[in-house]
Design a protein around this ligand. Structure first.
Ligand code: ZN
Ligand code: MN
Length: 334
C-alpha cells in the first residue's frame, strides 16, 4: 500500500512586546531565574489577566502580512494540561475564535512559488522553562518566560484535515472578555506594514527593469534590497538617469562584484578577511557604501575608468575603505 504524507505546520512566533501577554512583567531575555514574575504569570489564585494591547496590534500586523482575515470578534480559551512549567494548569490560548483566519503565504523560488494556505494564527502565552542541568538529581523551573506573547501560525495540510491529536478540554476563558477588533485598528495596523517581499520583488522588476533572477536575489534579504536601491538612488540624484537606465548595471555590480567581496568576509585592518559574525550585518557594515559604489559607477559611466579597472578599484575600496576618487588619484588609474 502506498502512503502519501501530508503535513500541516504549527509555528510559534514570539511577539516583541516589552511586557507579557496578560501582566506587566518584562519579557527581556537573560534575567536571573524567576525575577520577571508576578502573581498573574505565577498562576496564583484570585488574580485576573489583562490583555496586552501591543501584542494584539502585532498579531493584527502579522495576520495582515500573512493575508489573513482579522476576526472582528475573537476569544481566548483555556487549554488544559499539566506541566511543571505551566503553573496555572492551563495555557491561555485561542481556540474556536482565533484573531487571524484564512490567509496564505508564498514560499520558494519566484516563478515556481507555491502558495501555502494558513488556517489560522492565534494569540497565546508561552510557558516557563524547566532546567534539568546544574544540580544532580534535581530539576528547576524558571517562570520568566511564562506569559510571553506568542502568535501560533497554523497552516493547512493542503489536502486533508486532521483532528486534534489531544483533547485539551478547551473552554472560553471566563476571566477575559471577548476581544473586539475595530476596523480602524486593522486599518491603522495596515498603514504600519513594511513593503512585503513579494511586492518588493515585483516593484524591482517594474521600476528598475530587472530580470526575475536579479529581483529574486536582491530581495532575498531586506538590507541587500536597500543597498541596491540606495546605490541606484545615489546615482540618479547626480546623473538624472532613471531607475530603469541604472537598474541592470547596478544590479550586476551589487549582485556579482559586491556580494563576491562580502562573501569573502569582513576585511581586517592588517589585510585579509575574517568571517562575519552572526550579529554583524554585512550590508550595513560593508566598507563599500551605496554612495561609494555609486561614485565608482558614475566614474565608469563617464569613461574615467574602464570596466576591469573599476573592478580592481572596488576591491581596493573594500579592503581599505577608501573612496574611488582617492584610489584612482593615488594610483593614477585613468
Ligand atoms: Zn507577570
Ligand atoms: Mn501553541
Amino acid at each position: 500500500m502506498a502512503y502519501e504524507v501530508v503535513i500541516g505546520l504549527e509555528a510559534h512566533a514570539q511577539l516583541l512586546t516589552v511586557s507579557k501577554m496578560f501582566c506587566g512583567c518584562r519579557t527581556a531575555f537573560g534575567a536571573a531565574p524567576n525575577t520577571q514574575t508576578c502573581p498573574v504569570c505565577l498562576g496564583m489564585p484570585g488574580v485576573l489577566p489583562v490583555i496586552n494591547r501591543k501584542a494584539v496590534e502585532f498579531a493584527i500586523q502579522t495576520g495582515l502580512a500573512l493575508n489573513c482575515r482579522i476576526a472582528p470578534m475573537n476569544r481566548f480559551a483555556r487549554k488544559n494540561y499539566f506541566y511543571p512549567d505551566l503553573p496555572k494548569g492551563y495555557q491561555i490560548s485561542q481556540y474556536e475564535l482565533p484573531i487571524c483566519q484564512d490567509g496564505w503565504v508564498e514560499i520558494g523560488e519566484n516563478g515556481t512559488a507555491k502558495r501555502i494556505r494558513i488556517r489560522r494564527a492565534h494569540l497565546e502565552e508561552d510557558a516557563g522553562k524547566n532546567l534539568h542541568t546544574g544540580i544532580a538529581g534535581a530539576s528547576h523551573v524558571d517562570l520568566n518566560r511564562a506569559g510571553t506573547p506568542l502568535l501560533e501560525v497554523v497552516t493547512e495540510p493542503d489536502m486533508r484535515s486532521q483532528e486534534e491529536a489531544h483533547d485539551y478540554r478547551y473552554f472560553p476563558d471566563p476571566d477575559l472578555v471577548p476581544l473586539r477588533i475595530a476596523s480602524e485598528m486593522v486599518e491603522e495596523a495596515r498603514k504600519t506594514l513594511p513593503e512585503m517581499p513579494e511586492a518588493l520583488y515585483k516593484r524591482f522588476m517594474e521600476e528598475y527593469g530587472l530580470p526575475e533572477y536579479d529581483a529574486d536575489v536582491l530581495t532575498s534579504a531586506k538590507d541587500l534590497a536597500k543597498f541596491f536601491e540606495d546605490t541606484v538612488k545615489a546615482q540618479a540624484g547626480i546623473t538624472s538617469l532613471s531607475g530603469k537606465e541604472l537598474g541592470k548595471e547596478t544590479s550586476n555590480w551589487v549582485m556579482v562584484e559586491l556580494l563576491g567581496l562580502l562573501h569573502k568576509g569582513k576585511p581586517k585592518p592588517g589585510g585579509g578577511t575574517e568571517p562575519w559574525t552572526i550579529e554583524q550585518n554585512p550590508y550595513e557594515q560593508s566598507p563599500v557604501t551605496p554612495q561609494g559604489l555609486a561614485e565608482l559607477l558614475i566614474m565608469k559611466r563617464k569613461g574615467e575608468v574602464s570596466g576591469p579597472i573599476a573592478k580592481a578599484v572596488l576591491e581596493e575600496m573594500f579592503n581599505t575603505g577608501k573612496s574611488a576618487t582617492e584610489i584612482v588619484k593615488a594610483q593614477g588609474l585613468t
